[in-house]
Design a protein around this ligand. Structure first.
Ligand SMILES: CC(=O)SCCNC(=O)CCNC(=O)[C@H](O)C(C)(C)COP(=O)(O)OP(=O)(O)OC[C@H]1O[C@@H](n2cnc3c(N)ncnc32)[C@H](O)[C@@H]1OP(=O)(O)O
Ligand SMILES: N[C@@H](CCO)C(=O)O
Length: 389
């Protein structure tokens, strides 16, 4: 089933779809490479698959070390034997999103020019939507011979994909967990994304998006984009608990590119953000960042259906568990509640849980026992209702 493609050294699991995809923007993108990871074993009936959808800067390495950073998978505490998404029981699939930079086709992928030579797509990569990402995942799921996913689970932009799965392929999702997400990307979030993008554009090493020609990357701009965005993933309480107003007298870690040493001292929180920025640029592509943030901005389930948020789910038989976090100000509980209300009009099985946490948006990536229990319980219930042992 797995076709190892020597063109990518980033993913152990990878399929090329020569016919590609018709995108929402009207462009036909072909071929399309889909890079993914699986954990656990697909049952003979192919009915125990759980698709995990990653967030903006995530990737398919959910539960094994990242090939570029060597760090543990981003949901290693959630996915594995005996863990809430139990790989002794479920076959877990995670796909690097379309537009990404970890093996699935994106701006860094090569395209063939008219003269037969190849170059990266760069900023010519077509605009994509969350639905396009889901279509690419669907190609893979069909390729695997899976008719129905037991569950689709994801946080943040991953949650947007969960909702698109339910709207676009309603008969293929038995249960869905949209986490720390919203049925539309808010004006505030579009605004934050725009600041991130402007930081990239302002970097002299951006070179109009053709930075590979100069053998450079817009590292400073991408790092600033990440620093700003990272603040939105936390909460005031989390930042205060972690750093307060503490300063470090020696700049130490996290000084890359900054003027901290000029001031003689640096607040711990500054050092932390610089560290987050500088580690990010080692693993992420700026053009992917632009492409994916734009896809998030376009996301608006209601607008896709004449302003009626419940319409895409009419007739659904999917079981939903919506989860929000009390201190998440990026995807606040109020937006999850709007989703729950819309779903309640048309779906028979909708539960909604707000987890009490002061860790902000990224709480879905962190140790939150109530969250773990909710995921475990919902998946066990779904498996039972689906008749899976
Ligand atoms: C589906 C997806 O969402 S995938 C994408 C998820 N991954 C990311 O977002 C990666 C970046 N984000 C993070 O690291 C997030 O904060 C989390 C949620 C993943 C991890 O949170 P936490 O466990 O609380 O870690 P924390 O935010 O404190 O960061 C720890 C890092 O900061 C460093 N750090 C902590 N304090 C400081 C400081 N004062 N100065 C410099 N560096 C610091 C640590 O050394 C550590 O570095 P390392 O990751 O290189 O080992
Ligand atoms: N911190 C996560 C969540 C963002 O929504 C990421 O970077 O993907």
């Amino acid at each position: 089933m797995d076709q190892t493609n020597p063109a990518t050294t980033l993913s152990h699991q990878h399929v090329t779809f020569p016919d590609g995809l018709q995108l929402d923007c009207g462009f036909h993108l072909a071929p399309v490479d889909v890079a993914y990871r699986t954990y656990g074993t697909l049952s003979p009936a192919r009915d125990n698959a759980v698709l995990v959808c990653h967030a903006l800067t995530g990737d398919q390495y959910v539960a094994d070390p990242h090939p570029l950073t060597g760090k543990p998978g981003w949901w290693g505490r959630m996915v594995g034997p005996g863990l809430p998404i139990d790989t002794d029981r479920f076959f877990v699939i995670c796909v690097n999103v379309l537009g990404g930079c970890m093996g699935t086709t994106g701006p860094r992928s090569l395209r063939v020019r008219e003269d037969g030579t190849e170059e990266p797509w760069g900023t010519d990569f077509p605009a994509i939507t969350i639905r396009d990402m889901v279509r690419a995942q669907h190609l893979l799921i069909e390729h695997m011979g899976i008719d129905r996913l037991l569950a689709v689970v994801g946080g943040s932009m991953g949650g947007m994909q969960v909702l698109e799965w339910c709207a676009t392929y309603p008969h293929k999702v038995f249960a869905a967990m949209p986490i720390a997400t919203s049925p539309f990307h808010s004006a505030q979030n579009i605004a934050f994304n725009e600041v991130s993008r402007q930081a990239i554009f302002a970097d002299p090493q951006w070179h109009g998006g053709r930075y590979w020609e100069c053998n450079e990357i817009p590292a400073r701009g991408l790092a600033v984009a990440r620093m700003m965005a990272h603040i939105t993933y936390l909460s005031e309480a989390a930042l205060t608990r972690k750093f307060g107003r503490r300063v470090r007298t020696s700049p130490g870690r996290g000084t890359a590119g900054g003027p901290g040493a000029l001031f003689g001292e640096m607040f711990e929180v500054e050092s932390y953000l610089r560290h987050q920025g500088s580690t990010f640029v080692r693993r992420f592509d700026a053009n992917s960042y632009l492409t994916i943030t734009r896809a998030m901005d376009y996301f608006d389930l209601g607008a896709e259906h004449d302003g009626d948020m419940s319409r895409p789910f009419r007739g659904t038989r999917t079981r939903f568990c919506i989860i929000s976090f009390s201190s998440d100000w990026l995807f606040p509980t109020s937006q999850a509640r709007l989703l729950a209300r819309a779903l309640n009009q048309v779906a028979a099985n909708v539960s909604f849980v707000e987890i009490d946490s002061d860790k902000g948006h990224d709480a879905f990536l962190l140790d939150e026992p109530d969250f773990d229990r909710t995921i475990r319980g919902f998946l066990c219930g779904a498996a039972e209702h689906a008749g899976i042992g």
